[in-house]
Design a protein around this ligand. Structure first.
Ligand code: ADP
Length: 247
């Protein structure tokens, strides 16, 4: 149901453990994200956007506090259970293998296959749907290495869609896209959050696109995180500061 919280962070501290010592990046954060939210995560380089996104999908351990996914503690999920609830697109480009668009998107269905990762007609239907919705139908047999940045990002999003998760996390997916492709990407994700009832967190420096397409903005600064409605961004002193005073 739209508006129902699907991520709840209670006094969460996020960061790294180096040689047995905690390096805290975000401290004592209290937040909730809901189904239907399309949230732009904004902060200067090094402020902790990636750290937060990686922690919410279990790639980084929580330093302290609690994270709940659909009212269940994140730490109580098995990897397979979590991969059915949360998907992530990282900044690093995957490559090196002769994977096609189809192969990459099909990877999204792996949590739902048997021990031998065999895809049946139902899996293929979901994979093909994700490919089509993301406008990749004519590119399905292309190698990832042959794709433009825009098509590569769409492929990664199609993989998340095929993963059928309620929560999608995307770390700077628009960074290397041309102007038109940025619009397409944001528009596609807005549709998913609204029509497919997903909760999407996307980090980006494209503040104008966040203002146009996201319904909420998560401002990350000085170890804190503040969630506001997009309408309240203009005039918010932190948002203004993060825009370098230009917005
Ligand atoms: P952002 O995504 O906002 O650019 P990050 O989350 O990548 O910021 O980084 C936040 C802070 O955590 C930075 O000070 C960065 O140097 C530090 N950091 C990032 N990765 C690691 C790591 N693997 N080990 C220790 N510190 C890290």
């Amino acid at each position: 149901m739209v508006g129902t919280n699907c991520i709840y962070i209670n006094e969460g501290s996020f960061g790294y453990n180096k040689s047995g010592k905690d390096v805290v990046v975000l401290k004592n954060i209290n937040l909730e994200f809901c189904i239907g939210d399309f949230i732009g995560v904004v902060g200067l380089n090094g402020s902790g956007k990636s750290t937060l996104l990686k922690s919410l999908c279990g790639l980084l351990p929580l330093l302290s506090g609690d994270v709940f996914i659909k009212q269940k503690l994140l730490s109580d999920f098995t990897n397979n259970q979590l991969s059915k609830q949360v998907s992530i697109v990282l900044t690093e480009k995957i490559g090196g293998f002769n994977l096609t668009v189809f192969d990459a998107v099909a990877a999204g269905q792996l949590p739902y296959t048997n021990l031998f990762n065999k895809l049946d007609a139902h899996h293929l239907e979901i994979i093909n749907h994700a490919i089509n919705v993301c406008g990749l139908t004519t590119h399905r047999n292309k190698l990832l290495s042959e794709l433009s940045d825009g098509l590569f990002q769409k492929t990664m999003i199609a993989k998340c869609l095929a993963q059928q998760t309620l929560i999608m996390l995307l770390d700077e997916p628009s960074a290397y896209l041309d102007y038109g492709s940025k619009h397409e990407l944001f528009k596609l994700l807005k549709t998913f959050s609204e029509e497919n009832k997903k909760c999407i967190l996307l980090s980006s420096h494209d503040l104008n696109f966040i203002l146009k397409y996201c319904n909420k903005v998560l401002l990350i600064q000085g170890g804190n995180a503040q969630l506001i409605k997009t309408q309240a961004a203009i005039g918010n002193p932190v948002f203004t500061e993060l825009s370098g005073g230009y917005l």
